[in-house]
Design a protein around this ligand. Structure first.
Ligand SMILES: O=C(O)[C@H](O)C(=O)CO
Ligand SMILES: [Mg+2]
Length: 262
């Protein structure tokens, strides 16, 4: 049975961030994930997880100045020292809240730098991060993201992931397979999941078009959930979508799993 994690960077936008833990637990989620909460002391986050019986499924490495439009710094040639510091920060937070995987956002390609150089910086940064995270029992993930939602984002497809993973050459670099992005970029969702399953550390879901709840668009999630089960996928499935109505009101797709998990 798939285990779902509420992505509280996207779900419960009607609530302040720290109130979203309680809301996710009350709606039947057993785990939460988010882009990052580095502005909060670790103790606050740990208390919320404990109070609501939640697992921290995932968060991202510090991704630069999000409010200013940055979406990761890992491919930026002039930010290598900052990237290295960000690995230490992520380890500190992951160890505090028991999280065993972190996602690296490659970043938006800076203008005027050749793609080959950006990929080389990214690979070097990941080669730095992978063994350090492995030593702490934390999986490092790399997520391809479509460029309609994030114009200029460097890593867009599973081909991009595979090429970078080959350049990094460390086994602790897994794929974060977001079905929504993959539907836009390349389709072929199930065969690609099956082919790369041994390298997939985390999956995320949203329907397309609109990035709303499963069942609102063209992706057959009933079948995908069946495939995840048949494949023995044991990781979390991150519900990372923009609710069409209120978050709780839109959880019809989750009813079967929520009842079974109680
Ligand atoms: O947007 C996504 O799909 C990501 O998973 C993310 O963490 C950054 O937005
Ligand atoms: Mg995602």
């Amino acid at each position: 049975m798939p285990r779902f994690s509420a992505n509280i960077s996207m779900l419960y936008p009607e609530l302040p961030f720290l109130d979203r833990f309680a809301a996710a637990a009350s709606d039947g989620f057993k785990a939460v994930e988010y882009v990052g909460a580095y502005d909060q002391p670790t103790a606050v986050l740990v208390d919320l997880l404990q109070e609501h019986g939640l697992t921290q499924a995932l968060f991202n490495l510090p991704a630069g100045n999000w409010a200013a439009g940055e979406r990761g710094i890992a491919c930026h040639p002039d930010r290598v020292a900052e990237f290295r510091e960000s690995v230490d920060k992520a380890i500190e937070y992951a160890k505090a809240n028991g999280c065993t995987q972190v996602n690296c956002l490659a970043g938006i390609a800076p203008a005027g730098v050749a793609r080959a150089e950006l990929e080389s910086v990214l690979a070097e940064n990941l080669r730095y991060a992978a063994p350090r995270l492995a030593a702490e029992g934390i999986m490092l993930l790399l997520e391809p993201i479509n460029t309609r939602d994030m114009p200029g984002f460097l890593i867009n497809s599973t081909d991009d992931y595979e090429r970078i993973a080959a350049a990094v050459g460390h086994e602790n670099l897994y794929l974060q397979y977001d079905f929504y992005h993959m539907q836009i970029v390349q389709g072929d969702l199930i065969p690609t999941f099956q082919r790369l399953q041994s390298r997939i550390g985390h999956v995320q879901i949203a329907d397309h078009p609109g990035r709303h709840e499963p069942g609102t668009g063209e992706i057959n999630y009933a079948n995908i959930f069946k495939v995840l089960d048949e494949a023995g996928y044991s990781g979390w499935v991150g519900a990372e979508y923009r609710p069409k109505a209120g978050t709780s009101a839109g959880l019809g797709w989750f009813e079967t799993w929520r009842s079974a998990a109680r």
